[in-house]
Design a protein around this ligand. Structure first.
Ligand SMILES: [Zn+2]
Length: 341
């Protein structure tokens, strides 16, 4: 496990370096298709240092290409809800997990541009490693990256996500709040937990997020998001993963389906939310680049007033987190830990 932790440490040092470069304004030329063709294949340990994302904010949605095919079931709404950054009834930026550990980020720490490395990884004892990706970040990055290994099609590196249509509270904050609750829940159960981010002012592309999970050979990679729709009546929980024909990682389809089926069933049971289904799609770069079982959990719709209020409610967030943890437990109960080398 020490080797793993060292590897993770190196990885996050690289990440911190990137964030630092962004902060001081160093920028690479904006990506073009021709440049993308020369983008190095993302591999273990070299990933983050090979690219320097721009610090330019951009509201372009990263993963909206399938919006028209899957009406109301993607990670951002077809029509943008209010994008105000500060909500009138803004809860705490991050809610402290119930069991506070020495490595838990404080509210101040989560606001830092370069979070403390020790915030990212919390080691458990049961042999399994779960990587949690709180979707999006404060400012999007519209530079492009391939939708999958070797792909010519590109998408924005990461978007700032959606927001409540009713009070403007941003998705990236809800995602973080639930992610921290999930971390707490998983730590209680003995898992080693790795966060792709613990702050909002970061610049981490979807490929980079997947690579964090790949590099540690995670037993599960859980991406946490909120949904949106033009239709305000649409609500429910859905989970996205690759099709059996995915050109990049079809071999992971069955395991992803098993993981996500477990998570969805337990989340629905605990929350009473509507079943928005298991959705198979190859439009998500953060899924296509995965080498481990992954799911993008759309916890509810910020365009539905009742569900949006729940998504911002701490007690409901706990149910979402517990449901995910119960699903992970069930999925892994019949699987031995992967080699975390
Ligand atoms: Zn999202």
């Amino acid at each position: 496990m020490k080797r793993i932790m060292h590897k993770i440490y190196v990885l996050f040092c690289a990440l911190a370096l990137i964030a630092a470069c962004s902060a001081c304004g160093s920028q690479e030329p904006s990506s073009t298709n021709s440049q993308l063709n020369t983008l190095p294949v993302i591999g273990p340990d070299i990933t983050m240092a090979s690219k320097e994302p721009s610090s330019e904010p951009n509201q372009t949605e990263a993963e909206t290409s399938k919006q028209t095919e899957q009406a109301g079931s993607s990670e951002a709404p077809v029509t943008e809800p209010v994008q105000t950054t500060e909500a009138p009834t803004e809860p705490a930026t991050t809610q402290e997990p119930e069991t506070t550990k020495a490595t838990e980020p404080t509210k101040e720490q989560t606001q830092e541009l370069v979070p403390n490395v020790t915030n990212f990884v919390t080691e458990g004892t049961n042999g399994y490693v779960i990587v949690i990706d709180p979707g999006h970040q404060e400012k999007g990055n519209s530079e492009k990256e391939p939708v999958g290994p070797g792909a010519s099609e590109t998408k924005a590196k990461v978007s700032s996500g959606t927001a409540s249509r009713f009070n403007g509270y941003p998705e990236y904050k809800v995602n973080m709040e639930v992610a921290l609750k999930l971390r707490t829940e998983l730590l209680k159960r003995g898992y080693t937990v790795i966060m792709t981010r613990t702050g909002h002012a970061v610049n981490i592309s979807n490929i980079e997020r997947a690579t964090i999970a790949n590099n540690v050979n995670a037993d599960a990679f859980v991406r946490i998001h909120c949904n949106g729709s033009e239709n305000a009546s649409v609500h429910g929980i859905g989970i996205y993963y690759q099709t059996p024909q995915n050109p990049y990682n079809a071999a992971l389809h069955d395991e992803a389906k098993a993981l996500n089926g477990c998570m969805l069933r337990h989340m629905l049971a605990l929350t009473g939310a509507r079943d928005d289904g298991l959705v198979e799609s190859d439009a998500y770069s953060g899924i296509n680049w995965c080498k481990v079982p992954a799911g993008l959990v759309e916890m509810g719709y910020m365009t539905n007033q009742e569900e949006d209020a729940k998504l911002q409610d701490g007690a409901y967030q706990n149910l979402l987190a517990q449901g995910m943890a119960d699903g992970i437990d069930e999925f892994l109960s019949t699987r031995t830990p992967r080699e975390h080398n």
